[in-house]
Design a protein around this ligand. Structure first.
Ligand code: UD1
Length: 422
């Protein structure tokens, strides 16, 4: 069992580099299954979610090589069309393989993570999109299977702009006869990145980054090379870190357009932001101002994935801030962990009220989930004294060696292996 030991209040400053986007690299690696050849994918972060995805690819028959930040996936031979429980349980987003695998092999069977507890609801939009294209679906209580029926390009109307459902709809329609139109598609930059990757291999996908995506079917895709976009959520994590620790940070490898929806609350808190080519400098004031109301929305709204870290910053702002979480139910679990540091937060349904406090103290806290974990880490960095953060496997899903990145800007943070609990 590993945990992070953080000595808060160290002076932070200097340059920190953002890695490639987790939420791009995962669907792009699934998309590599469509290519009868080699995908050379640059700027890939070394994350546990990426490692799980590579295991899935190897299980399916692809050959995978890694050269520093470049992954080389040779999917010339795909020999399996099912993904077992042990791999699916690791990562819910592996549902993205359903569209990719059925496109490539004509049949795909995936264990449903969480089984009956979660049921089919959280992927209902994915399944409806596949059915609309003519795929036949069956569920035996554990595995969801998808087979080619009389498939052809069609019009898919998403009732909600789901990122994953949009990606599955793209992956499952690339080879279909005719034209597929996805109406009310999600507009997240990671979807455009997936489309750019597939187009570079010969696909014909237009309109990704808008709410109407048009896919004209092609017969095959061929070897390609692609560079993953920077992770806007990781960048926003460092912005919240600068804000809560009253620091000046120079954040390298950012895309200003993708980051734009994150910026307004930082101005409202009184931070000064300076844009450079592919970089951003943020300078926090001595005392942060409150944010009147921040509402999470699908892109180009404020991202739900940045909400927990912004909440952490607001715990030391002057006055009370309101956060409305509109994408996920129950995405305030980090609030009770932040309160262990002395934060004053009340949560009711999808609204959190954050009353700023003057100081935070060290404590033992745990990561409730990936972004909640990042929030707890930055809270600890602003708290007086030594804190212990457990359940850090959540953080490793989305941040590459977080202790190394944060140490490079002056943070006193160590990863400790607790031998007794091993
Ligand atoms: C992706 C991101 C995740 C981010 C989220 C919203 C990846 C790997 N993950 O997740 O980091 O927080 O977008 O920006 O890219 N829903 C349904 N039925 C469905 C699909 C979704 O009810 O079939 C609901 C979900 O339960 C959730 C909401 O829609 O409440 C948003 O989900 P979605 O946009 O699909 O998120 P993901 O693709 O899972």
């Amino acid at each position: 069992m590993e945990y992070l030991e953080i000595n808060g209040k160290a002076k932070l400053g200097g340059e920190i580099e953002v890695h490639g986007a987790k939420n791009s690299v995962l669907p792009i690696l699934a998309g590599a299954v469509l290519i009868r050849g080699t995908s050379v994918i640059h700027n890939c972060p070394d994350l546990s979610d990426v490692r799980v995805t590579l295991e899935i690819l190897k299980h399916l028959g692809a050959k995978v090589e890694k050269e520093r930040r470049t992954l080389i996936v040779d999917a010339s031979n795909i020999t399996e069309n099912s993904i077992p429980e042990v791999m699916m349980k690791e990562m819910r987003s592996s549902i993205i393989f359903l569209g990719a695998l059925v496109s490539r092999t004509g049949k795909a069977c995936l264990f449903l993570p969480g089984g009956c507890d979660i049921g089919l609801r959280p992927i209902d939009l994915h399944l409806k999109a596949l059915e609309r294209l003519g795929y036949k679906l069956s569920f035996d209580g554990r595995n969801i299977c998808c087979e080619k029926g009389k498939v052809k390009g069609s019009r898919i109307v998403l009732p909600f702009e789901s990122v994953g459902a949009t990606e599955n709809a793209i992956l499952s329609s690339v080879f279909l006869d005719g034209t597929t139109t996805i109406i009310n598609a999600a507009r997240e930059p990671e979807i455009e990145d997936l489309a750019n990757f597939l187009n570079s291999a010969g696909a014909d996908i237009k309109g990704a980054s808008t709410s109407v995506i048009v896919i004209n079917g092609t017969n095959s895709l061929s070897s390609t090379e692609h560079t993953v976009i920077p992770d806007r959520i990781e960048a926003s994590t460092y912005m919240s870190l600068a804000a809560i620790t009253k620091s000046e940070l120079y954040i390298k490898n950012v895309n200003h357009i993708h980051l734009a929806p994150v910026v307004p609350p930082f101005y409202e808190m009184g931070c000064a932001l300076f844009a450079y080519e592919n970089a951003l400098k943020i300078k926090a004031p001595k005392k942060l101002r409150r944010v009147k109301l921040i509402q999470t929305r699908a892109y180009p709204g404020f991202p739900t994935d940045s909400q927990a870290m912004l909440m952490a910053a607001l715990t030391v702002a002057n006055g009370s801030s309101l956060i409305e979480e509109n994408i996920f139910e129950n995405r305030f679990r980090h609030a009770s962990e932040l309160m262990k540091f002395g934060a004053d937060i009340s949560v009711q349904s999808k609204i959190a009220v954050v009353h700023g406090v003057n100081s935070l103290h060290s404590t033992k806290a745990e990561c409730t989930d990936l972004r909640g974990g990042a929030a707890v880490v930055i809270e600890a960095l602003a708290a007086e004294g030594k804190s212990h953060i457990t359940n850090i496997h959540h953080i490793d899903r989305g941040y590459e060696k977080i202790e190394k990145s944060l140490s490079s800007i002056g943070a006193e943070i160590k990863r400790i292996k607790n031998e007794e609990e091993c």
